[in-house]
Design a protein around this ligand. Structure first.
Ligand code: ATP
Length: 495
């Protein structure tokens, strides 16, 4: 089995070769940190989305979904704090001109110390970094970099600029340049709009619309899946960090004072969701935030062990009433909820308040990468007689892009006709794929590489007794079953 860096590279190549992910506009040499999902990737992505959407809306009693626009009134981002605070501290190496996110540079240094046995130094440096970041002490951070002689990976020098803040939002012009098209609410009135850096604000500004029209009673949630855009400076690592990506977010509106218990509940619920996909528990861990974002009173990440190490996959944030309060202030529109439940302490209704919010926010593309990294296996199947190997994507059946491949053993003797009839009968129920080219062994391997859980072979016996062989991807075992049972077998696996 390849080591992890090699495994990561192997996954990237596999994703391209089998139609999962292509670099964006590749014929023009691509666009950094922007990717396109191919014919297999878009199916897998959609299945992940559907699985999240179903478990976060349909299977809940009190969570509904929306689909807000990417463009929002620019005052939204002033109110949310993104115009002033959505920055990353950066440092440039003067010799290579390479720009680093300060926390990434220091973390990479600490990682290197750990691998060479300097665990103590690594921990000290990380603790100092956390303390300095919490105070926005840039001079202190630069000193930490210089005192520890941290070097640029390209130039090999420690010739650094001062640390500067860099805003991560993309902006563009709205309408014609000549006339202001944006209503002047809270300082607007120009043409500049942002591409949303998170989907959450589309939920906050619709909080009362949904609450009133949906007659929602606190506690309740609003879920959304959609694109977000960030001008990431260090944009490498394939789809782990992209400039255009998708988020699956849910804001859960609660009574003030209950945030601790709901935060714990959502932390646990989201981890259970990940584990319900059959990925082992040890691949996940919590990471509690030391430096809290400007809106949070508690926050943690669910980290996943990617081939590039444990990294953030999902964030759970206790956002207090920060966002709704800010929108109330900037829009001058009340963002209150009237709670007519009785407060046992006073014997009277809780009355009007701005709800508190617990947020769960997962990157769809990162989830895709987690699913593919866990599914990817290079297997040595050699026997003393002959060398053999395969690459298999062991996707959970419910996420697999294709559920069933239908393969006639030969192109003649009426076998393709029977196979086509099976396709006609089953394709309304789940995604099927027909293939008659190449030897059956080669076709099986190709389906393994696409992660197809079941392959059905139509052979001469089928003509006599209406049975086919069904091959199971992971065990490679085959069994003979009546054609009439195929639907049930697949449906029960993708359940
Ligand atoms: P990071 O620290 O990795 O930059 P973050 O803490 O800024 O991430 P959040 O703002 O909490 O991320 O966003 C929620 C989720 O959105 C993240 O857990 C991640 O899965 C996803 N996400 C954030 N930025 C990106 C990106 N540039 N590319 C892909 N997914 C992203």
């Amino acid at each position: 089995m390849a080591n992890d860096t090699n495994k990561f590279q192997a996954i990237i190549s596999h994703c391209k070769e089998y139609g999962f992910i292509f670099p964006s506009s590749e014929i023009y040499d691509g666009l950094q940190a922007v990717y396109d999902y191919g014919q297999m990737g878009s199916e897998l992505k959609k299945n992940i989305k559907d699985y999240w959407w179903k478990s976060m809306t349909q299977l809940q009693d009190n969570i509904v979904g929306i689909d807000a626009a990417i463009f929002m009134h620019p005052t939204t981002w002033k109110a949310s704090g993104h115009v002033d605070n959505f920055n990353d501290p950066m440092i440039d190496n003067k010799d290579s001109k390479k720009r680093y996110r300060v926390d990434h540079l220091i973390e990479a240094f600490a990682e290197e110390q750990k691998t060479t046995g300097n665990e103590q130094l690594a921990n000290d440096v990380l603790a100092q970094m956390d303390a300095l970041l919490a105070k926005d002490d840039f001079a202190g951070l630069k000193k930490l970099i210089e005192d520890n002689k941290m070097k640029c990976a390209i130039s090999g020098t420690g010739n650094w600029t001062d640390i500067r803040q860099f805003n991560l939002m993309f902006s563009t012009e709205f309408g014609s340049m000549e006339t202001a098209e944006i209503p002047p609410a809270g300082g607007g009135g120009a043409n500049k709009v942002y591409l949303r850096p998170e989907t959450a604000q589309g939920i906050f500004v619709n909080f009362l619309n949904v609450q009133k029209t949906g007659r929602m009673k606190i506690p309740f949630g609003i879920a959304q899946i959609g694109k977000a855009f960030r001008n990431e400076i260090v944009a490498r690592q394939f789809i782990f960090r992209m400039r255009e990506f998708e988020q699956m977010e849910m804001q859960f509106f609660i009574r003030p004072g209950t945030q601790k218990e709901w935060y714990e509940k959502w932390k646990a619920t989201r981890l259970e969701w990940h584990q319900s996909l059959g990925i082992p528990a040890e691949k996940y861990r919590y990471h509690d935030h030391v430096k809290l974002a400007h809106y949070a009173d508690a926050a943690c990440d669910i980290e996943f062990e990617f081939p590039i190490g444990f990294k953030e996959l999902e964030g759970i944030h206790s956002r207090t009433d920060f966002d709704l309060k800010q929108h109330q202030e900037y829009s001058k529109k009340k963002q209150q909820y009237f709670d007519n439940d009785i407060d046992p302490a006073t014997g009277k209704p809780y009355g009007n308040y701005i709800p508190y919010v617990i947020e769960t926010s997962i990157g769809l593309d990162r989830m895709f990468l987690a699913v593919v990294s866990h599914a990817y296996e290079e297997q040595d199947l050699s026997t003393p007689e002959k060398p053999d190997s395969r690459v298999v994507l062991k996707f959970p059946a419910k996420l697999a892009p294709i559920k069933l491949a239908v393969l006639p053993l030969t192109k003649k003797d009426g076998l393709p006709e029977i196979a086509e009839q099976i396709m006609t009968d089953l394709k309304p129920h789940f995604r099927c794929f027909y293939e008659e080219k190449d030897s059956i062994g080669k076709r099986y391997r190709r389906m393994d590489a696409l992660g197809t859980p079941f392959c059905v072979t139509v052979d001469h016996q089928t003509k006599e007794d209406n049975t086919v062989t069904i091959r199971h991807r992971d065990s490679m075992e085959q069994e003979r079953v009546p054609i009439g049972k195929l639907k049930e077998i697949v449906l029960s696996a993708i359940g």
